[in-house]
Design a protein around this ligand. Structure first.
Ligand code: E4P
Length: 216
């Protein structure tokens, strides 16, 4: 499974790259706003200078022509851009055109397997089911991921599934167990992945035992 980081924060991206297992980055307008950024393009270019992996950059337009214009502009910023479009009828129409022109599209805000089927048929490179937001309303977000995998396994689609809206390490584990292609993970959760209290306890004991032996 590939690991993307879900952030617009450059320090978080640099740190995750140094961890050694980062495959790409996803952003969205809310993550940009959290960083106080209104000029998305400058930040996207900065992110693309840090990584060769796919970087998802989301359009703000909601109409097809606006998405096409904005998507083409974003795609021209760097060779590793994936244009992120909302899974609406307009987003699907824009996906068909952009994908046909060789632009990678990530269809976002996906909450049903039928939306994911449409994304694949439109030629999207990525589809992003939001597991955390479904859990938030009392549903099982991973049922959606499993259903999308089930549908995609029946056909020969190339669309990769990005498990998005990840809230905690269990989501990452379930993404890996389900066989999803990618998990896009907030920095806070990336740090939690390596932590186990027994690892820390065991390390402390190893070092204390060594100290005792060295003093003998
Ligand atoms: C995915 O690409 C989105 O940026 C993201 O995962 C949304 O997650 P949220 O539900 O935590 O906002």
């Amino acid at each position: 499974m590939k690991f993307f980081i879900d952030t617009a924060n450059l320090d978080e991206i640099k740190t995750a790259i140094n961890f050694g297992f980062l495959d790409g980055v996803t952003t969205n307008p809310s993550l940009m706003a959290k960083e106080g950024i209104s000029d998305q393009e400058t930040r996207i270019k900065e992110i693309c200078r840090l990584t060769d992996g796919p970087v998802s950059a989301e359009v703000l337009a909601v109409d097809t022509l606006g998405m096409l214009a904005e998507g083409r502009r974003l795609a021209s910023l760097a060779p590793n851009i994936a244009v992120k479009l909302p899974l609406t009828m307009e987003g699907l129409e824009a996906t068909k055109t952009l994908s046909g022109d060789g632009v990678k599209v990530n269809l976002t805000l996906v909450f049903s397997p039928l939306q994911a089927l449409l994304a694949a048929k439109a030629g999207a490179a990525y589809v992003s089911p939001f597991v955390g937001r479904l859990d938030d309303i009392g549903q099982d977000g991973f049922r959606l991921v499993e259903e999308i995998i089930g549908v995609y396994n029946n056909y020969a689609f190339d669309t990769e599934i990005i498990v998005a809206s990840v809230r905690h390490p269990q989501h990452v584990l379930r993404a890996a167990l389900s066989g999803a292609d990618i998990s896009t993970i907030p920095f806070k959760v990336i740090k939690q992945l390596a932590y186990h209290p027994l690892t820390d306890k065991g390390l402390k004991e190893f070092l204390a035992d060594h100290e005792k032996a060295a003093k003998k």
